[in-house]
Design a protein around this ligand. Sequence first.
Ligand code: CU
Length: 118
Amino acid sequence: MRPRVLILSLLAMALGSVAAHAHAMLDHASPAVGSAVASAPREVALTFTQNLEAVFSSVQVTNANGARVDQGKPQISGNTMRVGLKSLSPGTYRVRWQALSVDTHKTEGSFTFTVGGR
Ligand SMILES: [Cu+2]
């Protein structure tokens, strides 16, 4: 009986340490998540909670028709990923990102921002 209790408590400790582990989540973005900006931004910059593996992290920006408006390959440095944009007309744009953090955990997400028409 005793050894089994010991094993279970060791297992509980191991699971607890996994649950406490953090992945690379989006910390903040420019343009900000859900924001409306007056003039068209030249790039999207994403800052994550952990450093990224450049080869396996990516970002795409699309317009309301689903057409790509980013300039392709993002620049990744530490915990930031940025990608240049084509000249944007007024409208709503979606940013989709995939991140592989240096601890090999994969995360992804998306958000929109709006370029004002005035
Ligand atoms: Cu992780």
